[in-house]
Design a protein around this ligand. Structure first.
Ligand SMILES: [Zn+2]
Length: 402
């Protein structure tokens, strides 16, 4: 995820803190990361785990407390050593705003250090026009900032579109002109971080979902097309222009079929709602996601044509997944979105194609394929996580302290 500046910032903040100032916050960032990933450790445990003297741990805890991130609670006396305190996220401490921008509507929420979306708001776009969407969402973000009693230190955005140059959301296949996501933070003195919806949902899964702790992890989702992300050490691999993970545009399809991206023969054209319509000889749907659900229901009702095309799509999904596993050697593959229902609707077709496509040495012990844990909250959780990643980094803490 790339850092994006939203809104106007004072000159000093725009230049950012100096290197020495950032270095001064590195150990604090490590401690805050430890509190974020495992809240409730005592100050003594944190000092031991981070290799700090007791005095350093006390001083760093005080600095994080001054910024509002943590508070200390008396820890039960363990019988050995001196009394200590538990370091826990402060109630009403700094928060981020998370925004999930979809074709038809949006969700937005606040999230504190635990990354759990709260005060969730949602709505439909009044007009499917990027200018209007950006203006409306900026107002939603401002409302959430005003509602939070503590400071808000960043905005994370997950957008259901290809993200070009890390800020231009392009959903040209659905007739949208590009949306500049930086405008969602317009008027606020807040940094904006953005990823496409599949990228950020993958982040949520690897942090505390179905892929927790796996490295690397591969997240794949079917929405309108196939997206996903490779996660290395819990971090999304987003590419030079923020547009990595466009797995639906791998050439795993019929080379004669045009793709909405402008090329031919892509994986999307074998798997998604538009693919199902083509295989069934039905008109291209206005809402490929809704149409996909409709065909799944028809297959569940034993309509032969629907059952056949769902099987073909599951086969294509399994075959392509094997290619990505061969390339990336993930510990686990997590499916989100319609990929979950597609795999469960034709499990044998998926599994046979998946295993057949794997290199022979992988077939005895293929990486497990599992369902996402966070469901509809994945994008909000991931958007919160990418904003918190920056806010709790040494650079982010130095900015807050400036
Ligand atoms: Zn394509």
């Amino acid at each position: 995820m790339t850092t994006l500046s939203g809104g106007s910032r004072p000159d000093r903040a725009r230049l950012g803190p100096g290197r020495a100032e950032i270095d001064r916050w590195r150990t604090a960032a490590e401690m805050l990361d430890a509190v974020r990933s495992e809240p409730g450790r005592t100050r003594v445990e944190l000092a031991r785990d981070l290799g700090l003297t007791s005095g350093s741990a006390t001083e760093i805890t005080a600095r994080l407390r001054d910024l509002g991130w943590v508070t200390e609670e008396r820890a039960p006396c363990g019988g050995r050593g001196r009394p200590t305190t538990k370091v826990v996220p402060a109630p009403d401490g700094p928060a981020v705003v998370a925004v999930d921008v979809r074709f038809e509507g949006w969700r937005a929420a606040l999230a504190g250090l635990d990354g759990v979306p709260v005060a969730v708001r949602s709505g439909r776009h009044a007009v499917r026009d990027p200018d209007r969407v950006a203006t409306d969402l900026a107002a939603v973000v401002t409302g959430l900032v005003d509602a939070h009693p503590g400071p808000v230190v960043g905005v994370g955005v997950g957008v259901a579109a290809t993200l070009v140059d890390s800020h231009l959301a392009q959903a040209s296949g659905q007739g949208w002109s590009p949306l500049d996501v930086r405008r969602i933070g317009a008027g606020l003195d807040l940094p904006v971080y953005a990823g496409n919806d599949a990228n950020v949902a993958g982040v949520a899964e690897v942090r505390d979902g179905a892929a927790a702790g796996a490295d690397p992890a591969l997240y794949l989702t079917v929405e309108v097309g196939i997206g996903g992300v490779l996660l290395l050490a819990g971090r999304p691999q987003t590419g030079a222009r923020g547009a990595a993970g466009e797995f639906g545009h791998l050439p795993f399809g019929d080379p004669s079929l045009p793709c909405s991206c402008g090329a031919h023969g892509h994986w999307d054209s074998e798997v998604d709602g538009r693919a199902l319509a083509r295989m069934l000889g039905e008109p291209e749907p206005d809402d490929p996601y809704g149409y996909f659900l409709e065909v799944l229901a028809r297959a569940a009702a034993d309509e032969p044509g629907a059952t056949e095309v769902i099987g073909r799509a599951a086969h294509a999904l399994g075959r392509g997944t094997s290619g990505l596993v061969n390339a990336h050697d993930p510990e686990i593959v997590v499916f989100g979105g319609l990929g979950i229902a597609l795999r469960h609707a034709a499990p044998d077709r998926f599994h046979d194609a998946y295993v057949a496509g794997l290199m022979a040495f992988r077939r005895d012990d293929p990486p497990p394929v599992v369902d996402a844990a966070h469901g509809a909250d994945g994008v909000l959780r991931g958007a919160a996580a990418i904003a918190l990643d920056h806010a709790t980094s040494a650079e982010g803490l130095a900015e807050q302290a400036a």
